[in-house]
Each structure stands twice: as C-alpha cells, then as structure tokens.
Design a binder for this molecule. Structure first.
Ligand code: F0G
Length: 373
C-alpha cells in the first residue's frame, strides 16, 4: 500500500490520541473531510466574511460521529468488550452499528420511537445492530443506557465516554491544517453538547494549551505539544428553539424540533459546553424550525451542499447573527455541517417541489424545459 494512502484519523493523529503502538485500530477511514468555501451565498446575502463548511456528512456513515466512534470502539475492543450500547437521535446509532460490525462485536442502540430520520434507522438496521425503539425521548434513552452499561457487560459509546471527544477533537486539527491557522469563529449545532466540547479540546491542543488547562478533557487528553495554530477561535453554538437548554439556562423536559438529531433537552456535556463558550468568548443562539429548513434549502440550492436539518442550523444562525453584526467584519468563519442531507430524505422531499409526471414524449418534456429555461 502506498504510504500516502489515508487510513483514518487515529493513524493520522496517533501522536495526539490515547492509543498505544500495540492498539488494534478499528477504522473505516473516517475524517479528512472537505473544507468547502461558500461562493454564492455570501455574495447573495452581501456578507463580507470568508465562510467555510467542514462537510462532515462525507464521513463513512454520513456524520461526524464516525470521528468519535473510531476511538470509542477501538478502546472498547482493546479493553476486551464484546458489545457496545448507546442512546441516539440516529447518527450515533448508525456509527455505533457500523464500527461494531467492523470490529465484529455486538451493538445495541436505543432510539426514540418515530423520531429518527429514515436514513439513520436504515443504517443501524443494515449493520446488524439490535435496534430498540423506546417510548420516550433521547434523554430517557441516555439515562437508561447509563444504567444498563453499569450493570451489564456493555461498553457505553455515547459522548459521555471520553474517547468519543478525543476522536472528535481531530476536526479542529484538520481545519487548522487546511487554513494554516485557526479561524476567527467556529460555528456548530449543539444537542448533547459533546461536539462543541470536542472542538474546544482540539483547538486548545492545536494552540499548545495543555490538557487540563482548559479543564475539558477529563484527563484523557494525549497532549504531546504538537502546536499548529497561533490562536483559538470563538465558538458559536446554535440550538433549535424547541430544544434549547443552553438558551433557557436550564434543562428542557419535552424537546421538540424538526431537526431530530438535536432534539435533546438534557445535554450530558453541559458543563464542558459552558466552559467552551466562556473560554472562547463565544455564545449560544437559537433558531426556529422554519429558519433551519430555510437555511437547509438555501444551502442546497445555492451552493450544492446537502446537509441534514440539524447541520443547516449553522447557516440559519449565520443568517441571523451576521445581520445583527455579531460577527466581526471580515472574519473567517468555519461551520461544521455535522451530517449528510441523505440521512433525512423525508424532510428534504417534504420541503421541495414535487417532480412533474408527464407522458414519455418529446413534446411534453420539451414544453416543461421551455418553461423552466
Ligand atoms: N448534528 C447532528 C447531525 C447530530 O447527529 C448531532 C447529535 C448533533 C449535531 C449535535 O452534536 O450532541 O455533540 O451536541 N447527534 C447525537 C446522536 C445525539 O445520537 O446521533 P452534540
């Protein structure tokens, strides 16, 4: 094999991750996702910022969860685990199922009945997970998997597992490498809040801030002094209005949003996310379901980037906060687009014009083309 063949983020960032030489890596070559500069939307909306999308939907299972899952499953297997468990709004279950399949171990996933996007459900089922739909929401599932994994031979792979954040922090390394330094702002959706915490760990390490100084990594950081950036960005977290505990400053008991991935009211990384916001001098803001769907459509139509609703909240947030001048003029902004639009075909189809049906004749088709040219 060519030495330059990319084999996943653990191999690439071995020196900055808690793995030993002897650790058997479970990988699907995740990471190394494209950083795509927006070309049309900023012109259309008159923005004077340089905006990039880190398209995490191009990971092997279609979301950023693969970054954390390669680490969590690698460490689970290393510890001798034969089964993993998670609660999920969909993407974590897809990633857990895929990496468990790759490792040859069992996976159990708890999902809220009727509240996960079709693509994600199909993934967990295809990869052979035991899919358990609960009559409850993600937060109920989260509580249950913590209970179950403390009494049964199950390794918990939700982001409360510190190895998940270790894998996910590598997104910051990739952004710094691509841009040559950290951006001014990094914007992302916030649900269970592991991802914003992981971004902060990654950016802190990249800037030479040792594990512990940011009080974020639970002693699991494998900081080896690999300094690649001169600064850390301001982090901005967007939440759906119906599931916005960080905006309400308290847990939300019955979260609701069309962005089912972030339909979470009791985020487990509550303290870490607040620390990331404070240390980075960032902020949380909320967007309505309408704003989220509008942003998803605008991004797909004007840039050719199809992300899922939860990811589009970043663009919805930018539309709102750039208008209010919350971003310093001329900034470099990176948005994490956490999951692929194909994850949730129902939502995409329901907000798009239905295809016309015509006879298979040149005349009928020609007439339609004429009308749209
Ligand atoms: N975007 C997508 C597409 C997600 O699937 C999630 C979380 C988030 C954003 C929020 O990230 O939880 O780290 O703040 N999905 C989890 C799941 C909860 O089960 O797939 P977070």
């Amino acid at each position: 094999m060519n030495d330059h063949h990319y084999t996943g983020l653990i191999e690439k960032y071995r020196d900055r991750l808690p793995v030993a030489e002897s650790t058997k890596v479970i990988s699907l070559n995740e990471g190394n996702t494209p950083l795509i500069e927006l070309r049309n939307l900023p012109v259309k909306l008159g923005w004077n910022h340089q905006i990039f999308c880190k398209f995490e939907g191009l990971n092997p299972t279609g979301s950023f969860k693969d970054r954390g899952m390669t680490m969590a499953v690698t460490k689970a297997v290393e510890s001798g685990a034969k089964a993993i468990i998670c609660a999920s709004t969909g993407n974590t279950s897809a990633a857990a199922a895929a990496y468990a399949a790759r490792a040859g171990i069992k996976s159990f996933v708890l999902i809220p009945e009727g509240k996960i996007a079709l693509g994600k459900l199909s993934q967990a089922m295809m990869h052979g997970a035991t899919v358990i739909q609960i009559r409850g929401n993600f937060d109920d599932g989260m509580r249950l998997v913590q209970e179950l994994s403390s009494t049964m031979p199950l390794n918990l792979v939700n982001s409360i597992n510190p190895y998940r954040l270790q894998g996910q922090k590598t997104i910051a390394f990739e952004v710094v490498e691509a841009l040559g330094d950290a951006p001014d702002y990094h914007v992302m959706p916030v649900g269970n809040a592991g991802n914003i915490s992981a971004h902060w760990i990654g950016y802190s390490e990249a800037a030479g801030r040792q594990c512990g100084s940011c009080n974020l990594c639970n002693g699991e950081c494998a900081f080896k002094g690999v300094v690649i950036s001169t600064k850390r960005p301001t982090l901005v977290g967007y939440q759906a209005s119906g599931a916005a505990p960080f905006l309400r400053n308290e847990m939300v008991d019955s979260p609701e949003t069309v962005a089912t991935a972030i339909r979470i009211g009791h985020p487990v990384s509550w303290d870490l996310a607040w620390a990331a916001q404070k240390e980075s001098a960032g902020w949380f803001e909320e967007c309505t379901d309408e704003e989220i769907l509008h942003a998803q459509k605008v991004l797909a139509e004007s840039e050719g980037i199809f992300c899922e609703p939860a990811s589009a909240i970043t663009v919805a947030g930018l539309i709102k906060d750039i208008e209010r001048n919350r971003y310093k003029s001329g900034s470099r902004i990176v948005c994490t687009l956490t999951g692929h639009g194909l994850k949730d075909p129902d939502t995409a189809i329901s907000q798009s014009e239905a295809p016309v049906v015509v006879e298979a004749t040149r005349d009928e088709i020609g007439a339609i083309i004429e009308r749209h040219l």
